[in-house]
Design a protein around this ligand. Structure first.
Ligand code: G
Ligand code: G
Ligand code: MN
Length: 535
């Protein structure tokens, strides 16, 4: 394939990039959502577990308090021992206290040596309070449960270290805290500002109906991303590899399949396709009586590109219709101003493909072309190649009908290379046949080859159609074909395909024309036609 058509456009890169990123983004999103729901679940579990463990501690403390409430009011000297025994018996207790009318009068830690007034309003639901306690021993926090019966009450303190340990052990990564009123306990101790504000990831709140405390569980900022990468690093690596692979594959495939036709489309929009004209010469007058329009791609980097490298692609990608339309338009534009100085009528031949015979667009294109000239000035010829025979579908036949009504002629190009039958020529109402250059080059070669040419010529002439020989490169070929009665000549011997400007200046420059005269005017010609192919 031509290098020009493989130029990968920016679009291909963008599409490949998008397709490559798709599995990466989609996969990462799924993994991210999965991690998010994982974290949310563990956070929820942690909150429930913390709540459960604190409730267990409070239940024990309540059992102790319910035992001790019976001895509240009894003088301290009689019950101090029982208070200390309770602290020793129940696992989590740090201290027990008895009070009358909210005045603590007996403590497991200090006996009667205690002067403490209790304000029930400081207690959540009158029962629960979280405090720092400086003595005895190192400063620690205590969760106090208060149980009241009438004027009697008991205060039992749960050692905050038990709670801290529990909060710490339940989940090392999540941040757990216990809220009682306006006081919070984290695994690090007591605080009076909400600690969970700094932990925005997967926050969970759990309120204890039984005791009224609240447990918060959450993760620090960035945990989700960190967790995603920690847990799914292998999967993410695979996704990345998959993304790169699909991206490259897409780039490669588009580059092969899509880019060429996109490049053609671009060139079409940029008006890079231009007509070259090759003259058709009358055998009898030697005059330029027509031309064949041959498309060229005027590529910005590659220069002039021959059609063989892009016409098949244009046919496959359906661009050939639009391309031919542009070509007809440009030819008309450039030729029309000089139409009156051309031979009258002047034949202008366009190559058409099988694709053109699938609908009636060609009719409009031909009408537009002919409209650019005075009626009768131009004979438009459509060359359909014998290499790919067009199927005689109802559409194709009707199309030919309409074209004929417009005065458009049909030429069978590359005659001799295919297998068109007589009935085929009649059904398609062929007006001209163009003998393929491969036969013309046989002139002057061995006897067998010339024999093939003679048979082709014989057939062509007997069909009673106008005959054109293409690919004429030598005088000998011209004279031979002229003697055989071929009506029109085309080939490098006369002129190569050239830009319209060159074509016009050559045509209008009379002197240049006299150089290549008609075969009949060539006095030195001794060419004779074999009897079978004589006109
Ligand atoms: O010069 P040349 O290389 O022009 O032409 C090569 C081939 O391309 C020929 O077979 C010719 O019929 C074909 N060709 C040239 N121009 C066109 C065109 O406009 N349309 C189609 N379908 N074929 C073309
Ligand atoms: O298939 P079609 O007949 O449309 O193709 C015409 C092709 O033949 C074009 O590529 C044109 O450039 C080429 N051509 C025209 N005249 C000659 C010639 O005298 N010799 C050779 N080799 N090619 C020619
Ligand atoms: Mn042709």
């Amino acid at each position: 394939m031509n290098r020009a058509i493989r130029y990968s456009s920016k679009k291909v890169i963008l599409i490949a990039l998008a397709i490559g990123l798709l599995p990466i983004m989609l996969g990462t999103l799924l993994v991210y959502l999965k991690t998010s729901s994982d974290l949310s679940r563990t956070s929820d579990n942690a909150a429930h577990e913390a709540s459960r463990q604190i409730t267990v501690m409070l239940n024990e403390a309540e059992a102790a308090a319910n035992e001790l409430i019976n001895i509240a009011g009894v003088p301290c000297s009689e019950v101090a021992k029982e208070l200390r025994e309770a602290v020793a018996t129940y696992r989590f207790l740090r201290a027990t206290n008895l009070a009358m009318d909210n005045q603590v009068y007996c403590s497991s830690l200090y006996g009667t040596d205690v002067n403490l007034t209790v304000n029930p309003q400081n207690y959540l639901r009158g029962r629960l309070r979280l405090v720092d306690q400086a003595s005895p021993g190192p400063k620690t926090s205590v969760l106090i449960l208060r149980v009241q019966h009438g004027t009697k009450s008991v205060l039992v303190g749960i050692d905050g270290r038990h709670i801290q340990d529990a909060l710490h052990l339940i989940n090392k990564h999540s941040n757990l805290s216990l809220q009682v009123g306006n006081t919070w306990m984290t695994q690090y101790g007591i605080t009076h500002t909400p600690p969970y504000k700094d932990f925005p990831t997967a926050p969970k709140t759990l309120l204890s109906n039984e005791y009224g405390f609240t447990v918060y569980a959450a993760y620090p900022a960035g945990t989700l991303v960190k967790h995603t990468f920690d847990t799914y690093s292998v999967l993410l690596g695979l996704l990345l590899a998959l993304g790169i692979f699909t991206g490259l594959l897409t780039y490669w495939m588009l580059g092969r399949v899509l880019a060429p036709s996109m490049e053609l489309q671009r060139a079409l929009s940029a008006d890079e396709f231009i007509p070259f004209l090759q003259p058709v010469i009358s055998s009898t007058s030697g005059k330029w009586v027509g031309c064949e329009v041959l498309i060229r791609w005027n590529h910005p980097h590659e220069g002039i590109i021959a059609p063989n490298s892009f016409i098949p692609l244009a046919e496959r990608s359906n661009l050939i219709i639009a391309m031919t339309r542009r070509l007809m338009h440009k030819t008309a534009q450039q030729l029309a101003p000089y139409a009156s100085r051309l031979e009258q009528p002047f034949h202008v031949g366009f190559n058409v493909s099988a694709k053109h015979f699938e609908n009636f667009d060609l009719v409009d294109d031909c009408i537009l072309f002919l409209r650019a000239f005075k009626p009768g000035a131009i004979i438009m010829v459509l060359e359909m190649t014998e290499r790919e025979l067009i199927k005689p579908t109802p559409t194709a036949l009707q199309l030919i009908e309409r074209l004929h009504d417009l005065g458009v002629k049909i030429a069978l190009d590359d005659f001799g290379t295919g297998h068109s039958s007589l009935s085929y020529l009649q059904r398609f109402k062929v007006d001209f046949i163009k003998i393929d250059q491969s036969f013309i080059s046989m002139i002057g070669a061995d006897a067998l080859s010339v024999h093939i040419l003679d048979s082709i010529l014989d057939l062509a002439l007997k069909l009673d159609l106008q005959v054109l020989a293409e690919g004429i490169e030598t005088e000998e070929q011209r004279d031979y074909l002229g003697a055989c009665g071929v009506d029109f000549m085309q080939g490098y011997f006369y002129a190569k395909p050239m830009p319209i400007d060159d074509f016009l200046s050559t045509l209008l420059d009379k002197t240049s024309l006299s150089k290549k005269t008609a075969w009949v005017d060539n006095p030195g010609s001794t060419a004779t036609c074999p009897a079978s192919a004589q006109p």
